[in-house]
Design a binder for this molecule. Structure first.
Ligand code: PBG
Ligand code: ZN
Length: 321
């Protein structure tokens, strides 16, 4: 008989043989910045998450800076939206101003800028719309302009989340031509058309006003196609690849970890809200569940976890060391 229980007999010995550890440096916290003044709006479907105006953002930025996590992912919410998402690549747009503010005042926070048009388009799609079609090639120059504009504002990492084909190559070329050869691209490579994004669309005010995102985001049944997307993004010049969502796609994370590139997983809004709702009802122990979920994502092979739990997890991880 194998006595497996020998190595489980005390916390000290369990700690000694533990295979996976989540570290604060693995974590990135998403924030939502809105146009306007003196705003701190709760997002109803995401308890504990708020939209901030730049003048109120210190509250959350200080917390991020003190938490010792690696950085933040920024989502700007413009007050003006139009067909061509002009606010996305305006050097004085809400996201650009927010990035400049953060980089000027918080040198230790790594700023990852999500690059996508859906928060800035009047129709809420991630690309240029013609009739009922979302155009691929016509969207690439707009994404490239957005990426350059955010790099100019000071973004440390550019993270395209639109799922247009060829966008990593287009953005890499645009960054290079504008002197940003050292700005890495974190590509949302295997991004699935998921029901788990709906709380985010409240937070970012980016729900599509017709149709859905299934013609550009991946079908949730497709693991092998995810590998093709990942390989293609690496070939186009991605420095970091991503799988999104995380918990329902641990098999994809595991598969993606074989490509030996830094791998991020996005523990998305719906995954967060389900945990929060159950915890608020007293049905689960939030701390235990969050740390178990993050450990599972790491165990599957992710190096970087983008999560709305990051600040809570940072406190809990500190207590545990
Ligand atoms: C923008 C974007 C989305 C998310 C990240 N970037 C929404 C979407 O694709 O609809 C989702 C994040 C989350 O649910 O937490 N394209
Ligand atoms: Zn989008």
């Amino acid at each position: 008989m194998q006595r497996f229980r020998r190595l489980r007999s005390s916390e000290n010995i369990r700690r000694l043989v533990r295979e996976t550890r989540v570290d604060r440096s693995n974590l990135i916290y998403p924030i939502f910045i809105v146009e306007g003044e003196n705003i701190k709006n709760p997002v109803d479907s995401m308890p504990g998450v708020f939209q901030y105006s730049i003048d109120r953002a210190d509250e959350i930025l200080k917390e991020i800076s003190e938490s010792k996590i690696s950085g933040l992912m920024i989502f700007g919410i413009p007050s003006h939206k139009d067909e061509l998402a002009t606010g996305a690549y305006d050097d004085n747009g809400i996201t650009q101003r927010a990035v400049r503010y953060i980089k000027n005042n918080y040198h230790d926070i790594l700023v990852v800028a999500d690059v996508c048009l859906c928060e800035y388009t009047s129709h809420g799609h991630c690309g240029v719309v013609h009739g009922d079609k979302i155009l691929n090639d016509e969207t690439l120059p707009l994404l490239s302009k957005m990426a350059v504009s955010l790099a100019k504002a000071g973004a440390d990492i550019i993270a395209p989340s639109d799922m247009m084909d060829g966008r990593v190559a287009a953005i890499r070329q645009a960054l290079d031509e504008n002197g940003f050869i050292d700005t890495p691209i974190m590509a949302y490579s295997a991004k699935f058309a998921s029901g788990y994004y709906s709380p985010f669309r409240d937070a970012a005010e980016s729900a599509p006003c017709f149709g859905d995102r299934k013609t550009y985001q991946m079908d949730c049944a497709n693991g092998r196609e995810a590998v093709r997307e990942i390989i293609d993004d690496i070939n186009e010049g991605a420095d970091i690849v991503m799988v999104k969502p995380a918990l329902a796609y641990l098999d994809v994370i595991k598969e993606a970890s074989r490509y030996d590139y830094p791998l991020a997983a996005y523990n998305v809004s719906g995954e967060y809200s389900m945990v929060k709702a159950a915890a608020q009802n007293g049905w689960i122990d939030e701390k235990r569940i969050v740390l178990e979920n993050l450990t599972a994502i790491k165990r599957a092979g992710a190096d970087i976890i983008i999560t709305y739990h990051a600040l809570d997890a940072a406190k809990w991880l500190e207590e545990n060391v």
